[in-house]
Design a protein around this ligand. Structure first.
Ligand code: CP
Ligand code: NVA
Length: 302
């Protein structure tokens, strides 16, 4: 059987995404320890708190043994090729997962791997985050169908995966992003083609947030962009999610952020630390969503 990979949430069908959510909330014992006696390689080219911790614990909860490795120990295409790394590691492990700068690395891994490859964040996408995000919103509302999800700020890896996952589950997605850091026309066309949701984009964050059921944001400066920090702060300064912006959302709207958060930049402390914030539930769901996803990839079905 060909291995299933997760490089982006759209590697799942909408029905499969629902199955992953169901597995994420299933009792751990019901999953049957599908990784018992098996290894899972977790390779990180960038720092991580949530992704490393939640993936290690998800592997343990499925009966497996996680092996954390820093990217510079492996040296993709420096010490040896991505393909050689992958074809050796898939003989040791039942799963390979990587956080990389360049998305093409996880694509090349998936091209040659005999076991599932999971993208733990690349320059293009962050599907594990999106799984936790839609799990969290499903817990809030029961279903995303008919709900409005706003994303304010940089149209980055987190935003791309979040938009796809929400659209797959039937939400309306409204982006509020500055010109030049927004979804391109080609990207909007792709998003528009994802059933069953609806996508729209605004330069004014107020237009994106008005009436929304959830307001998401992320850092203005992603890992690898640190030398652009001052410039980005200037570009995004009117895109902070503060109390005035949240006041435009639905009275029951929740605030969400993948973390790490920079209070006073993309979000006001009063919002992220306030009563509408569900960022801790969202962060804790990273482990449950990863467990559901890994179980799915090795063949468990709800
Ligand atoms: N949200 C997220 O991926 O966090 P880490 O970078 O800490 O893993
Ligand atoms: N967009 C951020 C997400 C961090 C979890 C980054 O890529 O650094």
């Amino acid at each position: 059987m060909t291995a299933r990979h997760l490089l982006e949430v759209t590697d799942l069908s909408a029905a499969e995404l629902e199955q992953v959510i169901a597995l994420s909330v299933a009792p751990i014992a019901a999953l049957g320890a599908p990784l018992r006696g098996q290894g899972a390689a977790l390779i990180f080219e960038k720092p991580s708190n949530r992704t490393r911790q939640s993936m290690e614990m998800a592997v343990v909860q499925l009966g497996g043994h996680p092996v954390y490795t820093r990217g510079d120990e492996i040296g993709f295409d420096i010490r040896e090729s991505v393909e050689d790394v992958t074809r050796i590691m898939d003989g040791y492990h039942h799963l390979l997962a990587a956080r990389v700068f360049d998305h093409s690395i996880v694509e090349r891994m998936a091209n040659v791997s005999s076991v599932p490859v999971v993208n733990m964040l690349s320059d293009r996408s962050h599907p594990l985050q999106a799984l936790a995000d839609v799990l969290t919103m499903t817990q809030q509302w029961g279903t995303l169908g008919g709900r409005t999800v706003a994303y304010v700020g940089d149209y980055n890896n987190v935003a791309r995966s979040l938009a796809r996952a929400c659209l797959m589950l039937g939400a309306q997605v409204r982006l509020g992003c500055p010109v030049g850091h927004d979804a391109s026309a080609d990207e909007l066309e792709i998003l528009d083609g994802i059933a069953h949701g609806a996508i729209s984009q605004f330069a004014d964050p107020a237009d994106a947030v008005r009436g929304a059921d959830a307001v998401h944001t992320d850092t203005w400066t992603s890992m690898g962009q640190e030398n652009e920090k001052a410039l980005r702060r200037a570009i995004f300064s009117t895109y902070q999610v503060d109390d005035a912006l949240m006041a435009l959302a639905s009275p029951t709207a929740v605030f969400m952020h993948c973390l790490p958060a920079y209070r006073g930049d993309e979000v006001a402390a009063s919002v992220i630390d306030g009563p509408r914030s569900i960022v801790l539930q969202q962060g804790h769901n990273r482990m449950h969503a990863s467990r559901g996803l890994l179980a799915f990839l090795v063949g468990v079905r709800p």
